[in-house]
Design a protein around this ligand. Structure first.
Ligand code: NA7
Length: 539
């Protein structure tokens, strides 16, 4: 079964790849492990799952008709609505016939003699193509830490990133949730309402701020729809790929003029507190220096701690929820609905694993150093092997038998997060070294797929059969990626985030996404193409 392109994954990247590559006249086949499209939004069905980017922004711009006909019910959409959107796209553009579901890729091998990629699957099939595009997502391999005795537990075990399709009934149940990153923080208020007792087993408290929870009003939706082209244009100019367009800006055709960034250090203690009272915790995220100046960061962290003491009634629980040892801006910002208030409920107990670590999971629950907790359900909200997990687990072998795991044993070495030396004609989407998870993913995906599509057409029309990033280009780019990350809160020595791979034991600690901003990155990609792909070996 030979195709022009095999795409692995039918999330948003896989969907747009079909649309775009087919338009370019290429024959595309997508292999997907799940039984439907949606990727992240297919797998992450836990209660409370929601996107942390406004839906008007977290939507595709390639089709003005799609923009006009689709209706987002909320400003920040919940998982079911985003999944519906993905399914609508697959139907609307007739993408389903190109996708083979329930098919997990087990190996991806480059055959040098034929210049083909052979992709093997757990359905015992092998697909071959000149080009292979790994559209496998950045947060698609759940991390389930090894905890003593975990297989002995006789109750139900769930992972937020692999939540069952059938509804899970937690009524009358004693539930323990391990992990308080975005997934845990989103799930905990919902689980607290459903379960009889909820135990939150927290290793690192988070800085979380209230999410916008407005329904999309018809008049606002109308203004967005009338201004979609402006929104898309602004997205292209923004470091995070978001336009920040507000309906009040409706008549403006250009970006609002930049005001001076506000600095927390320029305010008096009283002014800071007055703003915090007026605008809530979100205010602390709006100061430029909080992200760049350790003293400013500490001021904001201390104000945050005081506000947690205000919001959470039980003083011991409040102290337990205060992040320590790292500051705002180190990890991905978490948004919540009623998180702190949830700890004021009678059926919710915080277990601070820093004071009282898990010793073992037993048949009936979890034993920590100080107590035994009987549970019916354990929920792992323990995150993902982010950005590289799906690639290193795909069993990819390139030129001369080079394994990707071998090449990346000291960290992911790639060029622009798009291509890897030693792996000709293999492309990654939003891979390490690209803005990736620091950018609005749908904008990043469109840009990557467009670039890859244009590249394949360039090769075909110039009778070039292969493209492979040059190692010097990779090294130069990685140096730049590291350089721009230095001096930001992301890379302070005390910061342990999944951006750095710090959440996975043994994973090389390297800052993976590109902090330099989407426009600068896109320019670099465009230059690479315009130069006739001089950063690549063509053959
Ligand atoms: P995250 O942000 O990686 O959070 C995982 C959480 O699980 C975090 O609180 C971890 O604590 C905790 N964790 C991980 N391993 C353990 C063990 N062994 N014991 C106790 N606690 C543990 O993943 P999410 O799914 O919440 O969010 C990922 C992204 O998805 C998010 O940023 C959004 O972009 C969407 P730690 O901090 O490591 O101490």
């Amino acid at each position: 079964m030979q195709q022009d392109v095999i795409v692995v994954g039918a999330g948003f990247a896989g969907l747009y790849a079909i649309y775009r590559f087919r338009k370019l006249g290429l024959n595309v086949r997508v292999l997907e492990a799940g039984s439907d499209v949606g990727g992240t939004w297919y797998w992450n069905r836990y209660p409370g799952a929601r996107c942390d980017v406004p839906s008007v922004e977290y939507s595709f711009g390639f089709s003005p008709e799609l923009e006009q006909e689709w209706r987002w019910p909320e400003v920040f959409s919940a998982q079911p609505d985003i999944l519906n959107y993905a399914q609508h796209i697959a139907e609307r553009f007739d993408l389903y016939p190109h996708i083979q579901f329930n098919t997990r890729v087990t190996a991806v091998d480059y055959d040098e003699s034929q210049n083909l990629w052979h992709i093997s699957t757990d359905t015992q099939e092998t697909f071959s193509a000149q080009f292979c595009v790994m559209a496998t997502g950045c947060l698609s391999v759940p991390n389930k830490p090894e905890i003593n005795g975990q297989d002995d537990f006789t109750g139900q075990t769930l992972h937020t990133g692999l939540w069952p399709k059938d509804p899970v009934d937690l009524s009358g149940k004693r539930v323990g949730v391990i992990g308080t990153g975005s997934s845990g923080v989103q799930a905990i208020p919902e689980l607290a309402q459903q379960a009889d007792e909820l135990y939150v087993l927290q290793r690192s408290p988070v800085f979380t701020v209230p999410a916008n929870r407005k329904a999309m009003r018809a008049e606002v939706e109308q203004v967005f729809k009338e201004n979609y082209r402006v929104i898309r244009e602004l997205q292209q100019k923004n470091p995070g790929g978001v336009s920040n367009f507000r309906p009040s800006q409706a008549k403006a055709t250009t970006a609002p003029t930049k005001s001076e960034p506000r600095l927390i250090r320029n305010l008096s203690a009283d002014e800071r507190r007055a703003r915090l009272r007026q605008y809530g915790l979100n205010d602390l995220l709006t100061y430029r220096d909080v992200y760049t100046d350790i003293e400013a960061n500490n001021i904001a962290n201390n104000l945050f701690a005081d506000e947690i003491r205000n919001l959470v009634k039980d003083p011991e629980t409040a102290e337990g929820l205060i992040p320590r040892g790292y500051g705002i801006g180190c990890k991905r910002q978490v948004l919540d609905r009623d998180y702190y208030d949830t700890f004021n409920r009678d059926n919710v107990t915080l277990i601070d694993l820093r004071e009282d670590p898990i010793e073992t999971i037993t048949e009936t629950g979890i034993r920590t150093s100080k107590q035994s907790i009987d549970l019916d359900v354990i929920v792992y909200a323990t995150g993902f092997d982010a950005m590289t997990g799906a690639l290193t687990k795909a069993n990819i072998t390139g030129r001369g038998g080079l394994k990707l795991t071998e090449k990346w044993q000291y960290g992911p070495q790639a060029f622009l997060g798009l291509q890897i030396a030693g792996f000709p004609n293999l492309f990654t989407v939003t891979g390490p070294g690209s803005p990736s998870v620091l950018c609005n993913m749908l904008i990043a995906i469109e840009q990557h797929i467009d670039w890859i599509g244009d590249c394949m057409i360039y090769l075909r029309s110039n009778n070039i059969s292969g493209i492979e990033a040059r190692e010097e280009a990779e090294l130069e780019w990685i140096e730049h990626v590291n350089e721009v990350a230095q001096g930001t809160m992301y890379t302070t020595p005390s910061c342990n985030s999944w951006y750095l791979g710090a959440n996975i034991p043994g994973k090389p600690r390297i800052f993976m996404p590109y902090v330099g901003g989407y426009p600068r990155y896109k320019q670099r990609c465009d230059d690479a193409a315009a130069s006739g792909y001089r950063d690549f070996a063509l053959f």
